[in-house]
Design a protein around this ligand. Structure first.
Ligand code: 5GP
Length: 190
């Protein structure tokens, strides 16, 4: 997605050689037109997978996951982050460290909104070390649903997350792949 690359170059702020701030596009403000384009792109790439549900984690994945679900004509379910997990026999949960916040949170998805016969597309904003994604993958797998793939807006290739997911045999589609943030510069991977 060339438009997305352009916007990242224009509006992204390299906070360190590990972190790219994308508040203007993904993590604080949302551009509805660009977000719908991202949703169309994911829907196109997974069109043949007969997806029945799109799943994401709150909060930054929700906008693009909504756009994807809208294009595919299926419901969107977002896992919620809970600080304390009240016993809920209906909930699938995983404990995940947060890359940006430096805390651990529990992510939770109710069994009411994911079923064994679902074909699930997992969408998220950014993958770094992959903790959030691995937690979500475990939840989807424990639900008994089929995980058809994972669509991520920004893959930081210099961190291990996406590789660990691919090594599990899960299909990942990234809209933009970043090879490096060294020297305050965004370098895209080919
Ligand atoms: P992971 O669990 O893969 O290490 O991190 C995933 C989550 O951390 C993403 O959903 C995203 O919200 C946040 N994150 C990871 N790396 C970055 C980054 O470089 N910039 C921003 N803005 N968020 C990031």
């Amino acid at each position: 997605m060339e438009a997305l690359k352009r916007r990242i170059l224009e509006e992204g702020v390299v906070a360190s050689d590990q972190v790219l701030k994308l508040d203007g596009l993904l993590n604080h403000q949302v551009d509805p037109v660009l977000t719908m384009e991202m949703g169309k792109e994911f829907a196109e790439r997974f069109r043949d997978e007969h997806i029945t549900r799109v799943v994401t984690v709150e909060s930054s994945g929700i906008a693009v996951a909504f756009a994807t679900a809208y294009e595919l004509g299926v419901p969107l379910v977002f896992a919620r982050r809970k600080k304390t997990l009240l016993a809920d026999p209906d909930a699938l949960s995983e404990r995940v460290p947060s890359f940006t916040k430096g805390i651990v949170t529990d992510i939770m998805l109710s069994r009411q909104f994911i079923h064994e016969n679902d074909r699930v597309l997992f969408i998220d904003d950014i993958i770094a070390n992959g903790d959030a994604a691995r937690g979500m993958v475990k939840i989807i797998q424990r639900s008994g649903a089929h995980l058809a793939g994972f669509g991520v807006v920004v893959e930081k290739c210099f961190q291990a997350g996406a590789r660990t997911i691919r090594e599990q045999g899960i299909r990942i589609e990234s809209l933009v792949r970043i090879a490096s943030l060294s020297d305050g510069t965004v370098q895209f991977a080919e």
